[in-house]
Structures are given as structure tokens and as C-alpha cells.
Design a protein around this ligand. Structure first.
Ligand SMILES: Nc1nc2c(ncn2[C@@H]2O[C@H](COP(=O)(O)OP(=O)(O)OP(=O)(O)O)[C@@H](O)[C@H]2O)c(=O)[nH]1
Length: 548
């Protein structure tokens, strides 16, 4: 998160804390007055109401930095629980309970302890687009080739012949990747130690990729110690280098996690929301459990955090309700509650939901617990929808997406183009270099398309070496221009196997709908593709537009 955003979040959290503090005396008054009304043999309704208030106080006070008040409220809550379970306290204990309840508002409890170090807010997920590469390479021809390939993949590249010439630029504008032709000689100023020194100047380590002609254990170890994220031996297989960059970008540029919080304590829900948003997540909070289904439908969360004690229902009942819908099986459900009774926790997990987080929870723990669960949920979702070699949508999903985009385009009165793309003579690549090398070619094309297409476009692996791209709001001419640019970039990419270097071309067919499409778009794109193949391959053909 950038410093301005972080400052805004901190400011909002501080405001919430003030709000909580402002509303706390009223809540403590209510607790005191309910205590005074308990009488000799209080009804279950009175006990339940007071218990509920204490339970909430125990959860919220801790989250707003009042840990002592939280602990005291928790102790009282347990006595109340016993009472509700038919074990009333003895007379002396009741006197002490009343006194303790009266003391809840004491200033020592409602003044937070001052912590020496910062606010305790957690580290942040960067989540912004990163594609600036600084390339440190003294061999002009290697630099030129790498630069061209990276440029084709949409990276912005600055080339420096030596590391010391790049240092100023690195400090002025942090690159997303530093690709360094590393020199291992002791006296060299472009060795792993120089990289380690450079790393020490940055709070977050730079993503450094080492390029070298050495391929021994010591060289790899030195790279790891200098914080390298990749190590490539010359002569370079450039698509492999790009594969490494892409994997790292995918890790950091993934869409933000989506989290739904269900908690009837509006201030606390808002607090959790801010903390998770501060960590780069998208968060919705609902305080009324009756709105959960609507929120599930509209917001599509990947993680749901459920309070256990909600007005009108229990959190685990909501978990069961969510689990009734097979579309939401990928969603991770965790309870976030002040419930400390292990049996209750186990019971809740047995009824749905996978996990129990107890309030109060530190910001760091909340963010890490939610991130882990969101990542799992996404992995599961990806495993269902995405092809494992390329990370692109699978056959059925991309077909479904064509219909979704066609309907959307018809509704909005905008064009949509569908392209069918196929590698040329791919059987020869497999036969000559082996299946594993063929797989690298397939992955390189999928990465190139991902780089070149917009976020709103969809790409799928339709068959073995056949891909489909859906381009909303893109007319036929623009689609053909884009596909031609991808075709040229791909053809310019050199793959190497040992000392052999080869390149691969592709052909594509494009169909565009400018209104209600009457025939099958995929079929039309496929026919155009086969025309391109028939006409000699390495070209893009458009379907006859009059069909759409
Ligand atoms: N390495 C690899 N090869 C695959 C994969 N899926 C399909 N193939 C291969 O892709 C090749 C497709 O061959 P063909 O359909 O004859 O087409 P082609 O050789 O590309 O020729 P044209 O399409 O006519 O230019 C076959 O050899 C398949 O085995 C895969 O996942 N990995």
C-alpha cells in the first residue's frame, strides 16, 4: 500500500476507535443498569441480555486496544453463562459480580495501554501493476535479444551495461525486476555481494533474476543468499526467463481477495473491514444475517467471516445455509467470534465452516488468517476452472464465457470479437524437441496473450494447442490488428534447446458480432482459422461479418 493510502487507513481506524470510545460509556451504563435490575432470581431473558452485552464487549474491547476491559468482561461473561446454565453464584459471589460489573467503566480499564512500537497495523499486499525491468548486461547482443522479447511481452525495459550505472535509477524508481548478468570474481562490483548490499537499502527486497554462465552449486547458493528469485544459465532460453517473471507477477498482481464479514457489531465489523482493506482486500460487511444470501450473490466473496452470536440465528446456521448452494462450495467459511468454549467451537465447525478464529484478534493475525483461507479458496476455484499448464480457462468455461460476453454485448449494443488461435506445425515441434519443450511453447503463448490482452478479455485453452480469446467491446479491425501483433511477437520469440534455436508461428481466425449473432461464433472463428491455415499459416483471417 502506498504511504498516502496507509495514512488514510490509519486515520480511519483512529476515527473508528474514537467512535468506539465515545459509544463505550453508554454501553457500560447499560450493562450497569441491567446489573442493578437483575434482582434476587433474574429471568433467563435478563441473564441472556446481560450475557450478550458482556460477550460483545469482550470481543470488541480487545479489538479496539482495551485488552484489560476485554479480559474482565470475558470473566464476567463466564459467570453469567454458569448462571444461565442453572448454576447461580453464591450470595458473596453475586455481590462481587455486581461490584465487578459496576467497575467495568473504571478509567484504568477504558484507557488503552500505550505501545512503544507503531500502531500494530499489518504489512500490506502490493497488488499494483508491475512491469518495469532494469536489465544489467554488458553483452550487447544478449541485451538486445532479451530486451526485444521482454518488450514483446509488454514489459518496459531499461538497459544498463553495468550495475553501478543502474544504482541511481534503482533508487529513484524501483523496478519490478532487476535482471543482472552476475559476475562472481572476488573483486567484481557486480557480484552477489553488490546485490545483497543493494537489497539492504530496500525495505521490501527487489525481485532479482541472475543470469550467468556458471551452473555450479556455489553460484546458485550465492544467488539465493542475495535474494534472487530466478537463476538462468547462458545461453539463455528467453521464454523461460519470461516464465519466471510472469509467475512472480501473477503472485503479486492477482485480483484482491474478496471477503464478506457478518457481524452484528457494526463498529467492529467496520474495524475488521478497514484492517483487511488496508491489506489490499475487497471487503463487504453485513450486520443483518438476513442480508447474507444477497451479499453472497452480489459480492461473490472468497472468504466469509461469521460471528457466532447473531440476532435471530447462530453463525453456524448461516454457514449451513451458505453450504446449501453448490455454487458456493469454493468459498472458505471461518467463524470469528468471542466464543471461547471449545465444545461450542467444535460444534460450530461440525455444522459447517472450516475454522474458528477468536476475538479479540490482532490485525496481523486477522490478515494472515484471511489471506491463507482466500488463497486456498482461489486455488480450489482455479483447479476447477483453469488449465494447469497455462493457467487459462478450461474448454467448458471459455465456451460458457463466449455466451456470457455475447449476451452482455447484445445488451450494451457493443461489438464483441472471438478469436480462435492455433500453433502451426506443432506436431513437428513435439516430434523434434519432445513434449516437454512443446509444453514450454504452449505456456509462452499463453503468457504472451495474457500480457497483451485487457483485464476484461478472457482467454481459454480450447484444445491441446488451440486457444480462444474473447475480446469485448472490440470490433473486427481492432481484433485482427491485435491478433496480428501477437502473431508477430510470438514468431519473433526464440526458443532454445541445447545449442538449437527455433521459433514457432501461429494462425488465428476472428469472428465479430456487432449485434445479435445468429450463428455459432466459435464455429465461425474456427472456419476463419482453417482458412488461415489453408492459406499458408502464420496469418490472421476474419470470418464473414455478414453472418453476425
Ligand atoms: N507438448 C504438447 N503437445 C500437445 C499438447 N496438446 C496437444 N499437443 C500436440 O499438438 C499437436 C497438434 O498437431 P496437429 O493437430 O497435427 O497440428 P499441427 O502439427 O499443429 O499442424 P497445423 O495445425 O495444421 O499447423 C499434436 O502433436 C499433439 O500431440 C500439449 O499439451 N503439450
Amino acid at each position: 500500500m502506498n504511504p498516502t493510502k496507509k495514512a488514510q487507513v490509519l486515520e480511519k481506524l483512529e476515527k473508528l476507535k474514537q467512535e468506539y470510545r465515545a459509544h463505550l460509556p453508554g454501553e457500560l451504563d447499560a450493562i450497569r443498569s441491567e446489573t442493578q435490575c437483575l434482582g434476587e432470581s433474574p429471568s433467563q431473558t435478563k441473564l441472556t441480555s446481560l450475557h450478550r452485552r458482556l460477550h460483545k464487549l469482550a470481543g470488541s474491547a480487545g479489538s479496539f486496544g482495551l485488552s484489560e476491559l476485554s479480559a474482565r468482561a470475558r470473566a464476567l461473561e463466564l459467570i453469567l453463562q454458569d448462571w444461565m446454565d442453572g448454576k447461580p453464584p453464591a450470595y458473596a459471589e453475586r455481590q462481587a459480580l455486581a461490584e465487578d460489573l459496576n467497575k467495568l467503566g473504571a478509567s484504568s480499564l477504558v484507557t488503552p495501554k500505550v505501545h512503544a512500537r507503531g500502531s500494530g497495523h499489518t504489512a500490506v499486499h502490493p497488488g499494483k501493476h508491475r512491469n518495469l525491468v532494469y536489465l544489467i548486461e554488458d553483452d550487447a547482443s544478449v541485451a538486445r535479444e532479451l530486451r526485444l522479447a521482454l518488450d514483446n511481452f509488454g514489459y518496459q525495459v531499461r538497459h544498463f551495461p553495468r550495475l553501478d550505472l543502474a544504482e541511481e535509477a534503482i533508487l529513484a524508481k524501483r523496478p519490478d525486476f532487476l535482471i543482472v548478468d552476475i559476475m562472481f570474481a572476488e573483486e567484481n562490483r557486480q557480484g552477489p555481494e553488490s546485490i545483497a548490499r543493494l537489497q539492504a537499502l530496500h525495505e521490501d527486497p527487489l525481485s532479482v533474476v541472475f543470469v550467468s554462465s556458471r551452473n555450479d552449486f556455489d553460484a546458485h547458493l550465492a544467488a539465493v543468499r542475495a535474494g534472487a528469485v530466478g537463476y538462468f544459465v547462458k545461453p539463455l532460453d528467453i521464454p523461460e526467463v519470461i516464465d519466471c517473471l510472469e509467475s512472480h507477477l501473477n503472485l503479486y498482481q492477482a485480483a484482491p481477495y474478496r471477503v464478506l464479514i457478518v457481524d452484528d457489531d457494526a463498529l467492529l465489523a467496520e474495524r475488521y473491514k478497514l484492517v483487511l482493506e488496508g491489506a489490499g482486500m475487497l471487503v463487504e460487511a453485513v450486520t443483518d444475517p438476513r442480508l447474507v444470501l444477497e451479499a453472497m450473490n452480489d459480492f461473490h466473496p472468497e472468504v466469509v467471516l461469521l460471528d457466532l452470536n447473531l440476532p435471530g440465528c447462530r453463525g453456524y446456521e448461516l454457514a449451513q445455509l451458505i453450504r446449501l448452494n453448490p455454487d458456493w462450495l469454493r468459498v472458505a467459511i471461518a467463524y470469528l467470534s468471542s466464543e471461547q468454549d471449545e465444545m461450542q467451537q467444535v460444534q460450530a465447525i461440525r455444522h459447517g465452516g472450516e475454522d474458528f478464529l477468536t476475538k479479540p484478534i490482532s490485525d496481523l493475525r486477522l490478515v494472515s488468517a484471511v489471506s491463507v483461507r482466500a488463497a486456498r479458496s482461489r486455488q480450489l476455484s482455479d483447479a476447477i476452472d483453469r488449465d494447469s499448464l497455462t493457467g487459462l480457462l478450461k474448454h467448458a468455461r471459455i465456451k460458457e464465457q463466449v455466451n456470457i460476453e455475447l449476451e452482455r454485448a447484445a445488451r450494451q449494443g457493443k461489438p464483441v470479437s472471438v478469436a480462435m488461435i492455433d500453433l502451426d506445425h506443432f506436431k513437428d515441434v513435439n516430434d523434434t524437441y519432445g513434449h516437454a519443450v512443446g509444453d514450454r511453447v504452449i505456456r509462452a503463448l499463453s503468457q504472451l496473450m495474457r500480457q497483451r490482452l485487457r483485464k476484461t478479455d478472457s482467454i481459454g485453452r480450447y484444445g491441446g494447442e488451440e486457444f480462444v480469446a474473447i475480446l469485448p467491446d472490440c470490433d473486427q479491425q481492432s481484433a485482427c490488428e491485435l491478433l496480428n501483433a501477437i502473431r508477430e511477437s510470438f514468431a519473433a520469440l526464440n526458443f532454445s534447446v541445447g545449442d538449437k534455436v527455433f521459433s514457432v508461428t501461429l494462425s488465428a481466425g476472428v469472428a465479430t458480432s456487432s449485434g445479435a449473432w445468429k450463428t455459432n461464433m466459435l464455429e465461425a472463428a474456427d472456419q476463419a482459422l482453417y482458412r488461415a491455415k489453408d492459406s499458408g499459416r502464420n496469418r490472421v483471417d476474419a470470418a464473414d461479418n455478414s453472418a453476425g
